[in-house]
Design a binder for this molecule. Structure first.
Ligand code: BTN
Length: 258
């Protein structure tokens, strides 16, 4: 079976009508969908995957390392979602966790906002971008370690080191996310996100209005913000980077029961 057929097969009968394109190489699947949607060449829902990206994009303007034969790089164009819940990023994190568990048997942890960790390594990143035609959810999963390893700028990146089929994984992720996007206001999504989010109860460092702070994570608010408390009281972080205060993500996750 060709890649596109394998993706459709994994999406199941409910979503088999969704147009799917599997490319060998592109600059960025997010960028390709954005241009195609803006030019009116595609409309939601639409799924694009690539075996390799030459200009993979991450959050906060970072690069997402996307070499051939080692990962799944996909973007799903969804219709606009009325923002009643924490947002599509939260749905996507849960959708990828579910699909990875089904496909590999491995249970990933979510690090707020939308990084997925396995055994102390970041194995998946998610970049959601809103445009007037819809929402593009870009997902990169590191399936195998690239020859020579990940470059230093990839930080805590690591791979699942699995032989999982990337087309089948793409189909499963898309199916879970399409289902989630039908009922974004359903509290079950946020509850599952909270169960999978490992920062709750941990001391973390973060920046508010340029000031470095340290506090205790209390949980995730209904709008998706991170609830933290420090000597000044309770506050809700809306975005940004959070790092663990006294120990690395790796140490913490290695010690947590899987
Ligand atoms: C992050 O960890 O900062 C988010 C990374 C998102 C990467 C994916 S790979 C597929 C899609 N296309 C891109 O250019 N980026 C996203």
């Amino acid at each position: 079976m060709e890649g596109e057929e394998r993706i459709r097969e994994a999406m199941g009968p409910r979503w088999r009508h969704v147009p799917v394109k599997a490319l060998k190489e592109t600059d960025s699947t997010n960028l390709r969908l954005k241009e195609a949607a803006r030019a009116g060449r595609i409309s939601p829902p639409f799924l694009l995957t690539a075996d390799c990206q030459t200009a993979g994009r991450g959050r906060l303007g970072r690069q997402f390392v996307s070499p051939a034969g080692t990962g799944l790089y996909m973007s799903l164009l969804l219709p606009p979602i009325k923002d009643q819940g924490p947002g599509v990023t939260f749905l996507a994190a849960v959708a990828v966790c579910r699909a990875l568990e089904e496909e590999t048997g491995v249970r990933p942890w979510i690090k707020w906002v939308n990084d997925l960790f396995v055994q102390g390594k970041k194995v998946c990143g998610i970049l959601a971008e809103g445009i007037s035609e819809g929402i593009i959810v870009g997902i990169g999963v590191n399936l195998r370690t690239p020859p020579g390893g990940f470059p230093p700028e990839a930080g805590l990146a690591g791979a699942l080191d699995t032989e999982a089929d990337r087309f089948s994984l793409a189909g499963r992720i898309a199916a879970h996310l399409l289902s989630a996007a039908e009922t974004p206001e359903d509290a079950a999504w946020l509850n599952e996100y909270r169960e999978r989010m490992f920062l709750t109860g941990q001391r973390v460092r973060y920046t508010v209005n340029g000031a470095e702070k340290e506090g205790l994570v209390r949980g995730v608010a209904p709008d998706g913000g991170l609830l933290v408390s420090d000597e000044a009281g309770e506050s809700t972080l809306k975005s940004g980077e959070v790092t663990l205060g006294s120990q690395s993500v790796g140490d913490l996750l290695y010690r947590q029961p899987q």
